[in-house]
Design a protein around this ligand. Sequence first.
Ligand code: NAD
Ligand code: DAU
Length: 352
Amino acid sequence: MILVTGGAGFIGANFVLDWLSTCDEPVVNLDALTYAGNLENLASLKGDPRHIFVQGDICDRELVDRLFAEHQPRAIVHFAAESHVDRSIHGPGDFVRTNVNGTFTLLEAARGHWMGLDDAAKAAFRFHHVSTDEVYGSLGPTDPAFSETKTYEPNSPYSASKAASDHLVRAWHHTYGLPVTTSNCSNNYGPYHFPEKLIPLMIANALAGKPLPVYGDGQQIRDWLYVTDHCSAIRAVLAKGTPGEVYNVGGWNEKPNIEIVHTLCALLDELKPDPAGSYSRLITYVTDRPGHDRRYAIDARKIERELGWRPAETFETGIRKTVAWYLANQEWVAHILSGAYRDWVDTNYAGR
Ligand code: NAD
Ligand code: DAU
């Protein structure tokens, strides 16, 4: 079995759903259910014995030790993090706690467990760390895309905390020999994306007739990847990656933010037209994010060359699927906006 952290969040939940749809290896899912954790994302697994959900904090060493001892996972896939850049600007403390101290706690617990394994199990064990392209800093318009050897230049409290966690993971391999792998991925989008992030926020606001807040001049560039492609990349690293190696994961889809917002408006105009006129009438330029990185782009040639991974979705297919998913899952969005998703555990698991 594998231990997944943060499996009730956006990418973690997609990963758990994907994992259990492609194999029968059970998952222990450790998630603190912060504001970003939502068990409704995993509703389709209710009653499935292959999914063991544990509500708890990755900083809780006793709990993590107990999970290793009880379940003897052959691998850990570590998603749990504070992930929103805007929140990191307003309150960096939680980011240092979870992203740095939490990763440290997991590494130490994993090391303790790993040292007790026999040689074959030791060699097969993996600690996969899920990280971000933001650790590399910001690119100029003609700079080459981030390769795995790009220097770290994190600019936000979020990216600095993720960079710190990447360094810890690297050190636990070099110093102790723990078989770690790291993936640094670009911006994900798709189902179950929390509506504080650009794409789901724009869809939710448009449907509610609210302004679509574009930061600064809207010309910042991100490299978008459909979330299930990120999941397949992690599966490939887990299965075939070399311990100690880093793999950059991206979609070869660099787009300025304003183009993303226009694309979303055009898709909504087609799929759910508003009698008041095109959704693009709601686009509103607002004050820029402090320290806003201008451009990210991932050079994903290493993972393609060494592990044979390539994204299955183009931006055009992925974004259409995403808009269709949000239109079909308005209740999921409504529960988040009303806060009702936080009661989901009580109402659905009461009496268990
Ligand atoms: P998310 O914010 O949607 O989910 C994070 C999950 O972690 C939530 O379920 C939350 O409850 C849980 N969590 C937070 N603190 C915890 C703690 N102390 N103990 C246990 N669980 C805790 O994040 P996401 O967008 O799904 O990102 C997942 C991972 O992928 C993060 O490590 C992030 O840095 C990385 N990443 C994200 C993107 C992206 O575009 N979203 C891109 C590259 C890398
Ligand atoms: O690059 C990977 C990273 O992508 C992940 O590591 C982070 O966890 C994830 O949150 C994401 O970070 P970004 O800051 O790029 O994502 P966000 O959706 O917050 O913003 C995308 C771009 O859109 C960014 O340039 C800021 C801009 N933006 C965002 C919001 C929420 C707006 O213009 N308006 C908005 O309201």
